[in-house]
Design a protein around this ligand. Structure first.
Ligand code: SF4
Length: 82
């Protein structure tokens, strides 16, 4: 059975969040609060920082709940982002 994931994109990167893997250490919110928010829905706002900063922060997620991929084709993003 595939785990539920939330998918976000700013057109340059695609960030996925898998709630079942999150250990709520809040490393993301403490490290880049303009993107990863603890009290606002949607809690990931990819307009809050550059793609470079977002990628760097996602790499620090201790559980692997966050992951990201660089966008190669904008039409691909259009298909998956709701
Ligand atoms: S850094 Fe990863 S494990 Fe920690 S709160 Fe964010 S998503 Fe969850």
């Amino acid at each position: 059975m595939e785990a539920y994931k939330n998918v976000y994109s700013n057109g340059e990167v695609i960030v996925t969040y898998e709630p079942s893997r999150c250990i709520h250490a809040e490393a993301c919110a403490k490290g880049l609060s303009s993107v990863f928010k603890t009290s606002v829905i949607p809690w990931i706002d990819l307009d809050g920082a550059s793609s470079k900063k977002i990628i760097a922060q996602v790499k620090k997620c201790p559980s692997g709940a966050l992951s990201c991929t660089k966008v190669k084709s904008r039409s691909f993003v259009k298909d998956i982002v709701i």
